[in-house]
Write a protein that binds this ligand. Structure first.
Ligand code: FES
Length: 139
């Protein structure tokens, strides 16, 4: 008998088999994503972000990408630590390397809709150093 897995089950398995494990092949360094030309969301799966609730952020991003109709045009990858451990969960939007920190499911959803879909970065969720740099550039 052929066994069929539902999308939510596969997502659940992916999240639970990769969170906090840095040796897994599915978890890449964010720098590797920056070198690729593909639009991508790099969601930190490091142990500090995992403890801060990254799995909820991942689920929210997956749902928001599907809801926004972006599943085919942008991918997301789980990454190793992005060096924002005190401000996790962290997610970097590529291109541009926009580092979002202290995400919750609602703010992750907002990043997908406002930044990824509409091209308007969510300033208040960016890491403070990057936010100041961006604001100086826009001034
Ligand atoms: S564990 Fe996520 S930024 Fe360090």
């Amino acid at each position: 008998m052929e066994r069929k897995f539902t999308l939510p089950f596969l997502i659940h398995m992916m999240v639970h088999t990769t969170m906090g494990k840095h040796s897994n092949d599915q978890v890449v360094k964010v720098e590797k994503l920056l070198h690729s030309k593909q639009p991508c969301l790099g969601i930190c799966a490091g142990k500090h972000c995992a403890k801060s609730g990254a799995k909820h952020v991942i689920r929210a991003v997956q749902a928001a990408l599907a809801e926004a109709g972006l599943m085919g045009s942008i991918t997301y990858k789980l990454t190793k630590c992005q060096d924002y451990c005190d401000d996790g969960p962290a997610m970097t939007v590529i291109p541009g390397a926009y580092p979002y920190v202290a995400l919750c499911p609602d703010s992750a959803r907002q990043v997908v809709f406002d930044h990824v879909r509409d091209g308007r970065p969510v300033h208040r969720r960016l890491h403070k150093r990057f936010r100041r740099k961006l604001e100086r550039r826009l001034a």
